[in-house]
Design a binder for this molecule. Structure first.
Ligand SMILES: N[C@@H](Cc1c[nH]c[nH+]1)C(=O)O
Length: 365
């Protein structure tokens, strides 16, 4: 098919002013992470499919490399690549290691709330710890970055991605159901089926969701193993430390948390149904077969552009033909965007200029 301008489903051109807004938002978000001690890394867009596959079951666009004959894939997430860098090239660096990144990722399929397949992720990962102090740092950093970018009405949904599996491992009876079945029934909030299969113990988890303080009280009433009670304490402290942000807890939510462990979180803002970012604790596989704890987040910058953020209102001035270069440079120095006329006819409006430079003065067009 060769229709000019037609793009494959889920892909789009970013135009003025959105393309500029995207770049300036990436800058804002990475500046906030940088100011908190995170150092930038830039992994490649494409890698061996086998190295991208570790840790994530996400579907990736793949192809055979005509040069090496190996299967390569386009990254669908940058977190795993940062982990790979941390445990290989930066394995000798002191921990915790604080790294950040920004770049494009490609998903094979979009989803209902965000149909686009190419997205820009900007995020931070702390490698070497996934404890409560690290969790508090990362969550607060994600919130600070979004707030600096101009997001209002921030809310956080906390989840415990491995909770159900951990409870089953600790001896909570699954009845006649498999772990995967119980997880699916919890996703569907299917109390009847859980009971009829003998997995009654898991039913109260459904009601223990909602505003964090109440959900935590409800969970504490269940017969939880000590290790999980300790996590709950950490989550309670985390939620209490997020001033002015609405925090909910949905303990059995796993959707989108394929590799996160004891803690996952989604970030939302006023005006957009889709999440603005997501993060959590996870384990990075080391080449020797052991694992290193880590925690981080990714922000989806396109959603911020859709909210109208990142557009800088800069004044544009038309410079008539023959304007001396020094005058033009002085105007740019004052913060003007200068647009040089190439002829005497083209007017300010056609060049999106609000002003014209006339006899040494900026005159409204
Ligand atoms: N990269 C993950 C979020 C994440 C970052 N670090 C840990 N988890 C995602 O986009 O879903």
């Amino acid at each position: 098919m060769n229709i000019p301008g037609l793009l494959p489903e889920g892909l789009r051109d970013s135009l003025p002013p959105q393309a500029q807004a995207l770049a300036s938002l990436v800058r804002t978000l990475t500046d906030v992470c940088g100011a908190h001690g995170y150092e930038r890394v830039a992994p490649p867009l494409i890698e061996y499919e086998s190295s991208l596959a570790s840790g994530s079951s996400r579907e990736r666009l793949r192809f055979t490399d005509p040069v090496s004959q190996q299967t390569l894939a386009l990254r669908s997430d940058i977190t795993g690549q940062v982990g790979r860098i941390a445990v290989t090239r930066l394995a000798q660096q002191a921990r915790p290691l604080r790294l950040m990144y920004a770049g494009q990722v490609l998903r094979v399929r979009g989803d209902q709330l965000s149909p686009e397949r190419e997205r820009t992720q900007a995020g931070a990962e702390l490698i070497g710890s996934d404890g409560p102090a690290a969790a508090a740092e990362l969550l607060q950093l994600a919130i600070a970055a979004l707030a600096t970018a101009g997001v209002t009405g921030l809310s956080v949904d906390l989840t415990m991605p491995t909770l159900v599996a951990d409870l089953a491992a600790a001896g909570w009876p699954l009845g006649r159901a498999s772990l995967a079945q119980v997880q699916a029934l919890l996703d569907g909030k299917d109390v009847g089926a859980l009971k009829s299969l003998g997995a009654d113990a898991f039913v109260p988890l459904i009601a223990a969701a909602g505003p964090a303080p109440a959900a935590i009280i409800a969970l504490r009433q269940l017969d939880l193993p000590d290790a999980i009670l300790a996590r709950l304490d950490a989550i309670a402290a985390l939620a209490a430390g997020l001033d002015g942000v609405a925090v909910t807890l949905d303990p059995t939510e796993r959707h989108g948390f394929e590799y996160q462990t004891w803690l996952g979180f989604s970030l939302f803002g006023a005006g957009l149904a889709a999440e603005l970012g997501r993060g959590g604790a996870y384990l990075v596989p080391r080449p020797d077969g052991t694992q290193e704890p880590a925690i981080g987040f990714s922000l989806y910058v396109d959603g911020l552009v859709d909210l109208g953020l990142g557009v800088e209102l800069q004044r544009r001035i038309l410079l008539p033909l023959g304007t001396p270069a020094a005058e033009a440079a002085a105007l740019r120095g004052e913060g003007w965007i200068t647009v040089a006329a190439l002829d005497a006819e083209t007017g300010a409006a056609a060049l999106h200029c609000s002003h014209i430079w006339q006899s040494g003065q900026a005159v409204p067009a």
